[in-house]
Write a protein that binds this ligand. Structure first.
Ligand SMILES: Cc1cc2nc3c(=O)[nH]c(=O)nc-3n(C[C@H](O)[C@H](O)[C@H](O)COP(=O)(O)OP(=O)(O)OC[C@H]3O[C@@H](n4cnc5c(N)ncnc54)[C@H](O)[C@@H]3O)c2cc1C
Length: 384
C-alpha cells in the first residue's frame, strides 16, 4: 500500500493544475491517478481552448482575473509553453436585450477590475470585420486579453512541473473504490492502491461516478459538445478574435490555416456520447454562412470534426471545496465548459483550501457543494 498526502483522481488540466499549485505551495507528496495511458483523453484534449473574463457573475470574473494573467506568464513561471494568444473575444449583439446584457456585464467586469474590456458600436464592428454580415449588429463587447491557449500544452506543463518537483503521476490506473478507514481513505485502482488523508475528485465529466464511491450524489452531468474545424481558408482574417454571434450562439476562431466552428445545439441531451454526429455539420455551416457569407465557400472534412463532454452543473458554476458529509474528500468538478480557462484559479483555490482551510481568491462558500441544498445557486448566463 502506497501513501500520499493528497490523491488527485483524474489527470486532466484540473488535476494537473491542482498538483502544480500544491507542489508549488510546498506539499510534495501528491499523487495524480489517471485511468488512460496518456493524459488529455478526457475533455481537456477536446477543448476549444478559449479563455475569457467576459462573464456575468462576479465569481466567474474573479476566477478569470487570476487565470488569464497566469496563462500570460505561464512559460515564465513553469518553463513550459501554453501558447496563450490574447486575440480577444468579440460578442456581437443583434437586439437591445442582448446589448443591455452586455452593458450590465461590462459594468460588473470593470467594477471587478477587468481593464481591457470595452463596449463597441455596431459601426466599429462592421469596420473591423467587413466580412461579417453586420446589418443587424447593433453593438458588442470586446476584451483584448481574452483569447486562446493550447489546453494540452498547459496540462502537460502543469503536470511536468509538478512531477519535476516531487509529485507522482500514475497512468493506466482506474480508480475502482474509495474506502474510509478512520482518518484516511484507501483508494483502490486497477493497478496499485494508496492510503491518503485527502482525496480530490478531478474526474471531469465522470465526477459523479467517483463521488458515488463515497456515497455522495454529485449534480454533474455529461453533455456532448461538437467542434468542426475547416480546411485551410484564407478569405477571412486569421488575426480574428473569438467572434460570438449572440443571435444564434455560433462562434468561431482561427485555428491553424483554417477556422474552428462551435455552436451549442439546444437539441443535445445529457449522456456519455462522444461520437461525432455528421448531421451537426449542416446545422453549424448554416449558422456560419448566415453570419459570415464567405463561409459558404469553406470546406469541411467530417473525419476531422470531433465531440467531447461538457461537465454541467445545475447553475453552470463549478463545485469546489471539501465535502460537508465526507471530511477530507474535495471537489474540483462541474466546470460547465470553462474548465480550461478556470484551471489556474481552481488549482490555487483547491491548494489553499486543502493546505490552509481558506482562500482569498474567491468567497469559497459561493461555489461549495452545500449551495444546492441551501438554495444558493448562482446562475451564469454567459455560457457558450
Ligand atoms: C468540445 C469542447 C470544447 C470546449 N471548449 C472550452 C473552451 O473553449 N474553454 C474552456 O475553458 N473549456 C472548454 N471546454 C471544457 C473543458 O475542456 C473542460 O472543462 C476541462 O477540460 C475539464 O478538465 P478536467 O481536468 O476537469 O477534466 P478532463 O480533462 O475530462 O479530465 C478528467 C480525467 O479523469 C480521468 N478519470 C475519470 N474517471 C477516472 C477514474 N475512475 N480513475 C482514474 N481516472 C479517471 C479521465 O480519464 C480524464 O483524463 C470544452 C470542452 C469540450 C468538450
Amino acid at each position: 500500500m502506497h501513501t500520499a498526502d493528497v490523491v488527485l483522481i483524474g489527470g486532466g488540466i484540473v488535476g494537473s493544475s491542482i498538483a502544480y499549485h500544491l507542489v508549488a505551495a510546498g506539499c510534495k507528496s501528491v499523487l495524480v491517478i489517471e485511468r488512460e495511458t496518456a493524459q488529455g483523453r478526457g475533455s481537456t484534449g477536446k477543448s476549444m481552448g478559449g479563455v475569457r473574463a467576459q462573464f456575468s457573475t462576479p465569481v466567474n470574473i474573479q476566477m478569470s482575473l487570476y487565470s488569464i494573467p497566469f496563462y500570460a506568464s505561464f512559460e515564465e513561471r513553469l518553463g513550459y509553453p501554453c501558447d496563450y494568444r490574447p486575440r480577444g473575444y468579440l460578442f456581437c449583439a443583434t437586439n437591445e436585450k442582448h446589448m443591455a446584457y452586455l452593458r450590465a456585464n461590462y459594468e460588473e467586469q470593470v467594477a471587478m477590475g477587468l481593464k481591457n474590456v470595452q463596449l463597441v458600436a455596431g459601426d466599429e464592428i462592421r469596420g473591423m470585420f467587413p466580412l461579417l454580415r453586420g446589418n443587424d449588429i447593433i453593438g458588442g463587447s470586446f476584451c483584448a486579453t481574452d483569447g486562446f491557449v493550447d489546453p494540452n500544452s498547459a496540462m502537460i506543463g502543469f503536470m511536468t512541473w509538478a512531477s519535476d518537483h516531487g509529485a507522482t503521476l500514475w497512468k493506466n490506473a482506474t480508480v475502482t473504490a474509495i474506502a474510509r478507514r478512520g482518518e484516511t481513505f484507501e483508494v483502490t485502482t486497477t493497478g496499485e492502491s494508496v492510503s491518503t488523508p485527502v482525496v480530490v475528485n478531478c474526474a471531469g465529466a465522470w465526477a459523479a461516478e467517483i463521488a458515488r464511491m463515497v456515497g455522495i450524489s454529485l449534480p454533474v452531468e455529461p453533455l456532448r459538445r461538437m467542434l468542426v474545424p475547416t480546411e485551410p481558408f484564407d478569405q477571412f482574417p486569421h488575426t480574428a478574435p473569438m467572434i460570438v454571434d449572440m443571435s444564434t450562439g455560433f462562434h468561431f476562431r482561427p485555428e491553424s490555416r483554417g477556422f474552428l466552428f462551435a455552436w451549442n445545439d439546444p437539441e443535445e441531451t445529457p449522456g456519455y456520447k462522444t461520437d461525432f454526429d455528421p448531421g451537426f455539420i449542416e446545422k453549424i455551416l448554416t449558422r456560419a454562412a448566415d453570419r459570415v457569407p464567405v463561409f459558404e465557400n469553406v470546406e469541411v472534412n467530417p473525419q476531422r470534426a470531433w465531440a467531447g463532454l461538457y461537465e454541467m452543473t445545475p447553475d453552470h458554476h463549478p463545485i469546489l471545496g471539501e465535502s460537508p458529509e465526507v471530511p477530507g474528500f474535495f471537489f474540483a468538478n462541474g466546470f460547465s465548459g470553462h474548465g480550461v480557462m478556470h484551471s489556474p484559479a481552481t488549482g490555487k483555490i483547491l491548494s489553499d483550501l486543502i493546505l490552509t482551510g481558506k482562500t482569498e481568491l474567491i468567497e469559497a462558500s459561493l461555489l461549495n457543494f452545500s449551495r444546492f441544498a441551501e438554495g444558493r445557486m448562482i446562475h451564469e448566463t454567459a455560457v457558450l
